[in-house]
Structure formats: C-alpha cells, structure tokens
Design a protein. Structure first.
Length: 145
C-alpha cells in the first residue's frame, strides 16, 4: 500500500492545487480533513471517492444529507454549528449566572467558523449572555478579535 500526503502548510490558497495534483496521480481515495480540504477535493473530482472528516457537511453544502450524501463523498461529521450554539445554553443551565462567554474560532476554517459563531451569537441573544468572539489567525495572518 502506498500513501500520498499533501499539506498546504497553512496556506488555504494551495488546497485546490493540491487536490488537483492528487487527482492527476489517480489515487484510489482522497481523505480530506476539515471543511476547506473537503471543498477543494469536491471541486477537484467527481470520480475518486472522498472521505471527509469535517464540521457538518450538510450545513456547509458539501453533501445533500448525512443519510444519503450522494456523489463520491462520505465521511464523518464531528461537530455541527448548531451544537456549538447549544453549548451556550448548557453554560446557562450549568453556571449560576454566566454573563459573558468567549467564542474562539479558527481562521483556517472560515466557513465553519462563521456558521458556528452565528449559532453562538444567536444562543447568546436568546439566553442574555454576551458573546466575545475571538478568531485565532492562520500562520499568514495577524491576530484580531
């Protein structure tokens, strides 16, 4: 068995190029970790099977449904943005009187970060908890909050 590993080394703009390279190599399967890699792989091929490990692929639009993803994509959904919002409700139920919650998102996964933050901010409004968004930058970005 032979494995072909590729890394964008923190540069999301390289993902499409790397996915196309794997297609040219005629690999038997592409394993894509996280949303940006899954999207790049999906754009690169409709023939080679793609196994993803990513945030909710239905919310992101990678697959039609978890039960019947369709096409050449299957995999595991580790977290849904809706579940991240539910955490704010759990904090309200577990803590005496939470007033402020920090929500840390990853700039390397901008699609999921936006969906998750939208859900956290919605839960914050519904529970009366102030949300402090913080974005962890990628290697080529500077810190911002």
């Amino acid at each position: 068995m032979h494995y072909e590993f590729r890394s964008a080394e923190g540069r999301l703009d390289r993902l499409s190029e790397l996915a196309v390279e794997l297609v040219r190599l005629k690999v038997d399967v592409i394993v894509a970790l996280y949303v940006p890699c899954a999207l790049a792989a999906k754009q690169a091929t409709r023939e080679i099977p793609i196994v993803i490990i990513a945030a909710d692929p239905v919310e992101i639009g990678i697959v039609a449904s978890l039960a019947r993803p369709g096409g050449n994509i299957t995999g595991v959904s580790l977290m849904s943005a809706v579940f991240v919002g539910k955490c704010v409700e759990l904090f309200r139920d577990m803590l005496t009187a939470p007033r402020k919650v920090a929500a840390i998102t990853n700039a390397a996964d901008p699609l999921f970060a936006k969906l998750a933050l939208d859900q956290v901010e919605l839960a914050g409004r519904l529970t009366g908890i102030e949300i402090q968004p913080i974005t962890i930058p990628g290697p080529d970005q500077s810190y911002r909050d």
